[in-house]
Design a protein around this ligand. Structure first.
Ligand code: HEM
Length: 178
């Protein structure tokens, strides 16, 4: 794929992401003003939808790195992985993380006034997940410049971290053990 067509497709992905977030913002504002009493469960629904999208991407991206690490640099396969990784990050993972945080913080404020051991532990675990997000985003850039030196085994291990964090986070918010 040429540099120009890569830039075009990235531009289109960014445009779709911007339109998606704008539509979500307008629908959310409408819901907030039309049905303020039932807004909390709607916000929770949007939060969970965003969480699912974020987690889907966070589980898939390191899996792509596992295969990409074994592909020969400069090969067609390697170039295809670069496009898949960039689109996944920009069109799904980044916007899903933003929506998760915005609605999660609003729920934490509105429903719990930011109080509760489970909530503090959950926010700490989500901060770790966000740190991993940053590491994976940096890795997308490294692969794009053919500068990844880490073996497939490393990415297999990294692939388990979001799963473990997700289990901890869901138990904390559903069971609220402390
Ligand atoms: C970004 C920081 C986050 C904050 C501040 C936050 C906070 C919250 C709050 C306050 C609730 C409402 C709980 C209730 O009404 O009982 C909630 C619901 C939920 N959150 Fe988060 N959350 C965040 C990120 C996440 C992540 C990353 C996940 C999963 C990996 C997640 C999974 C869930 C689930 C499954 C629910 C629904 C729980 C239920 O209805 O019982 N959240 N979140």
């Amino acid at each position: 794929m040429t540099g120009t067509s890569n830039e075009n497709s990235t531009g289109q992905a960014m445009m779709r992401m911007t339109i998606g977030i704008a539509v979500l913002a307008v629908l959310t504002a409408l819901l907030f003003f039309v049905a303020p009493d039932s807004f909390y469960p709607w916000a929770k629904a949007i939060h969970v939808i965003a969480v699912i999208s974020w987690m889907a991407g966070m589980l898939y991206l390191p899996r792509l790195f596992v295969y990409h690490a074994d592909a020969t640099k400069g090969s067609v396969q390697s170039e295809t992985f670069k496009v898949m990784e960039r689109r996944l990050l920009r069109a799904i993972i980044n916007p899903a993380m933003i929506v998760t945080w915005v609605f999660g913080l609003w729920l934490a404020w509105k429903g719990f006034g930011f109080q509760g051991g489970w909530l503090h532990a959950k926010i700490a675990a989500v901060l770790l997940l966000s740190g991993l997000h940053g590491y994976l985003a940096g890795t997308v850039r490294k692969f794009a410049e053919d500068k990844n030196e880490k073996p497939a085994k490393h990415w297999r291990i990294v692939n388990e971290i979001p799963t473990l964090l997700m289990i901890v986070i869901v138990i904390l918010v559903v069971v609220k053990p402390f």
